[in-house]
Design a protein around this ligand. Structure first.
Ligand code: GLN
Length: 485
């Protein structure tokens, strides 16, 4: 089987070429812009900052010449279109925000710009980050570059495609229940969901506030680590951002895995998991064992409750967060209305898509007086039990390895009319957000259809360093040397 290959550059390769003079930021940005046009049909971007990006590249070239360029000079980044960039549209792939322009930068964006990164545009997503396929976008679906009849995963599908094809060096996404890891898995790239509170949510449009987190996509573990290094840390604009020191993530790379304890939760390898994915992950687990890691079976006993608990809690939070789109304050307002009430109803009915409405209805239902105790309160309790499963596991192991998704990329249209099937594609990722711990998707070869397989490495709270260590070890020692699948 022939697997498609795309021309991508890691940031190390870019820095080398910038230093040798083989490349300038300007020529680099122009080549990315050219590729964005060439791959227009994939619909990865909602907006592209052609002139601004070239202008900024010229400025950074000057800084490089005069020797005062910052850490990420020449890194070209694509940003999911639910993260605010000053004076640019932030649509959330929704008609209701189609013409909304941000008044400020998200903290993550602000920090990247301070390090001389160049932002090239904003990427497509499922409306308000609700979905697993990037089909729920007002601007049409994004296509998977490995098979254009298939989905790229979601909701950060545009960011995953941009990095996989080389339309940008890295990208930002957001992850509420898998939206960085699952599209990273479907597109064969690295994608990291940080610990809840590790990265400021200031300027990220809220979906489910106690779950949401911004994180990076890259073509190498190091690229993901570099971006995380810059965006992580306490922010006075987000009271839920953690006041925990940010370690030097690069110091976790180029290490071995001797003595590292790896837990394999049996519940994540049962029914419903595609055999080719299981085998690919088992080969990597064997390799870690041969390399000195101590691998043991563990149990996360509340796994069966992950999906129902997640969908009760996120829909409740979403229904509250999305109440602000009322036609009065933001974006779209319906025309020809006679009363205030009619304006609310029509603006929301016409402005939101089907999946968003479904979630608002579910959320208001589980929060309503008669059902609050039975659903919302119960789900909060189960969330605690799920979190305790992870706490117990991390008393014994350093990392937990699972598949990222039970299947590789599915066909466009295959699951849109069956929300339950769609929700199940996050069966291995939502628990991580329920527990608030960090996890990364690591590319794990391809299946017999030539589609990327993804492996998930989960770490303890604020221990992004250790999952980066394992990811980097596999990237350098397995994927570059041993792997021929
Ligand atoms: N697919 C999940 C959902 O639809 C996760 C979304 C996300 O992480 N933003 O809720």
């Amino acid at each position: 089987m022939k697997v498609k290959k795309f021309d991508v550059l890691t940031y190390d390769e870019i820095r080398e070429k910038l230093t040798s003079g083989e490349l300038t930021c300007e020529s680099l940005v122009k080549s990315y812009l050219g590729k964005i046009k060439e791959f227009r049909r994939l619909n990865a971007f909602i907006s592209v900052f052609e002139e601004k990006a070239i202008q900024r590249a010229i400025e950074i070239d000057e800084k490089i010449k005069s020797g005062d360029a910052e850490k990420l000079a020449g890194m070209v980044i694509a940003v999911k279109d639910n993260i605010c960039i000053k004076d640019e549209k932030c649509t959330c792939a929704s008609k209701i925000l189609e013409n909304f322009i941000s008044l400020y930068n998200a903290t993550a964006v602000e920090r990247l710009l301070k390090e001389d990164a160049i932002i090239i545009g904003k990427t497509n997503l499922d409306e308000f980050a609700m979905g697993s396929s990037t089909e729920n976008s007002y601007f049409g679906p994004t296509l998977n570059p490995y098979d254009e009849e298939r989905v790229p995963g979601g909701s950060s599908g545009g960011s995953a495609v941009a990095v996989a094809v080389g339309l940008s060096t890295t990208a930002l996404g957001s992850d509420t229940g898998g939206s960085i890891r699952q599209p990273a898995s479907f597109c064969g790239v690295y994608g990291l969901k940080p610990t809840y509170g590790r990265v400021s949510r200031f300027g990220l449009v809220a979906f489910a506030s106690s779950f949401d987190v911004i994180g990076p996509f890259g073509n190498s573990t190091k690229d993901v680590a570099l971006v995380l290094q810059v965006i992580a840390g306490r922010d006075e604009f987000d009271s839920t951002s953690a006041d925990v020191p940010v370690p030097d993530y690069l110091s976790f790379l180029d290490k071995d895995v001797k003595g590292l304890k790896v837990g394999i939760p049996q519940e994540y390898f049962s029914q419903g998991l595609d055999d080719e994915i299981r085998e690919a992950i088992e080969r990597r687990i064997d390799f870690l064992r041969e390399s000195g890691a101590i691998v043991e079976k563990i149990s996360l006993p509340h796994t069966d409750y992950n999906i129902p608990t997640y969908y009760i809690l996120v829909t409740a939070e979403a229904s509250s967060n999305l109440a602000r789109y009322d036609g009065a304050r933001y974006g779209f307002r319906a025309e020809g209305v006679k009363t205030l009430y009619e304006m609310y109803v029509k603006s929301r009915s016409q402005g939101f898509g089907a999946e968003v409405k479904r979630r608002i209805m579910l959320g208001t239902y589980v929060l309503s007086a008669g059902y609050y105790e039975a659903y919302y309160r119960k789900a909060q309790k189960v969330r605690r039990l799920i979190k305790e499963d992870f706490d117990k596991a991390f008393e014994k192991v350093d990392v937990i390895i699972t598949p990222t998704s039970p299947t590789t990329a599915f066909r466009i249209g295959e699951k849109v009319d069956d929300p339950l099937q769609m929700y199940l594609s996050d069966i291995y990722t939502v628990s991580v957000n329920l527990a608030g711990v960090p996890a990364i998707n690591v590319p794990a070869g391809f299946d017999s259809k030539g589609l990327p397989i993804g492996m998930q490495i989960i770490g303890n709270q604020f221990d992004e360093g250790t999952i980066l260590r394992v990811s980097d070890f596999l990237e350098k020692n397995y994927d570059k040397k041993v792997n021929n699948d």
